[in-house]
Design a protein around this ligand. Structure first.
Ligand code: TYM
Length: 333
């Protein structure tokens, strides 16, 4: 069976609807017929210098949200990145294969470093995509389900895998393919529907967090920015706000866009928003219950993560050993 790997950063108290539709729902679907490995990438989160107590809590909360969304530890491996030291080890040797200019061309790095200035930008932020490549290559991954914003990072992972095979012999690395579902690859901010929904948004009103109070969520949807027209029609250029709401509606109900558009013929944006708010709340209420259930017993959650790390490590060790060997590192005995 094809191997899947993906991860999310535990950088906030809650995942948002972009994470959910762009990645998490795909993860749950793909685990049915793939060998899936899902990781909470806590080492990546260190690039934003989180408060240590927050980071620990958010790591557990992120894992509990994977479970609440339907990641099934009986089928998939679920673990925390720092529990498998091979990630950091492979990242080092990959960093020695990555061009300085190549890493500098990553648009997320350029955006973030422009915001923080050169003294505020860490080396970790620069090498972040190399650690991500290590995550992926460490499991001989075939497919990586992510949102559109990770496409360039994945391209770097592919280039690195191809480079290793060229320099150190075929079979040194498996070249991963992105798995990006076009319809939901980029969910937009409700207040600024030309920007992606993101934890670092200017205003919280544009974001739907999975753990937000449902009444707040409903209010945010009702006050989403639309346009001066009245026709409920999917048209990203002319109607970015309405199109984003329609995308979310279609994804959460599994209904095709034209049938949703047809339902709102002769009705207004207000009707669409009201119905969408209901759909989202119907998703969030049981999600939050399941989440709370998993957090109630942190012991059980930690046990599950420990078991996941053990299974992940059993897969990672031989792959790292193969890379060390190909690179010419003297075997330890
Ligand atoms: P992160 O934590 O920023 O986001 C987690 C996942 O959510 C997707 N996503 C979105 N999808 C649609 N619309 C949006 N508005 C939206 N915002 C976020 C992201 O594309 C991602 O799939 N570098 C990664 C984490 C990572 C990783 C990996 C992923 C580390 N190692 C290995 C895959 C494989 C990141 O920061 O994602």
């Amino acid at each position: 069976r094809p191997r899947i790997f993906s991860g999310m950063q535990p950088t906030s108290g809650s995942l948002h609807l972009g994470n959910y539709l762009g990645a998490l729902t795909q993860w749950v679907r793909l685990q049915e017929d793939h060998d899936a490995i899902y990781c909470v990438v806590d080492l990546h989160a260190l690039t934003v210098s989180p408060d240590p107590a927050d980071l620990r809590a958010r790591t557990r909360r992120t894992a509990a949200q994977y479970l609440a969304a339907g990641v099934d530890p009986a089928r998939s491996i679920l673990f925390v990145q720092s529990h498998v030291p091979e990630h950091a080890e492979l990242a080092w040797i990959l960093s020695c294969q990555t061009g300085f200019g190549e890493a500098g061309r990553m648009t997320q790095f350029k955006d973030k470093s422009a915001r923080h200035g050169s003294e505020g930008t860490t080396v970790g932020l620069f090498t972040y995509p190399v650690l991500m490549a290590a995550d992926i290559l460490l499991y001989d991954t075939n497919l990586v389900p992510v949102g559109e914003d990770q496409r360039q990072h994945l391209e770097l992972s592919r280039n690195l895998a191809q480079r290793l095979n060229a320099r150190f012999g075929a079979g040194t690395a498996v070249v991963p393919e992105p798995y990006i579902v076009k319809e939901t690859a980029k969910i937009y901010d409700l207040q600024d529907p030309t920007a992606k929904m993101s934890k670092s948004a200017a205003s919280p009103n544009g974001i739907i967090e999975l753990l937000d109070d449902p009444t707040v969520v409903a209010k945010r949807i009702r006050s989403a920015v639309t346009d001066a027209g009245r026709e409920v029609r999917f048209d990203v250029d002319a109607k970015p706000g309405v199109s984003n709401l329609l995308t979310i509606f279609a994804a959460l109900t599994g209904r095709p866009l034209p049938s949703i558009e047809a339902d709102y013929e002769g009705k207004g944006y207000g009707d669409l928003k009201k119905d969408l708010a209901e759909v989202v709340v119907d998703l969030l209420v049981p999600f939050q219950e399941r989440f709370a259930g998993h957090l109630e017993s942190p012991e059980a959650l930690d046990d599950l993560l420990a078991e996941g790390a053990e299974r992940a490590r059993a897969l990672a060790r031989p792959v790292l050993a193969r890379a060390y060997d190909r690179f010419g590192l003297l075997p330890a005995r």
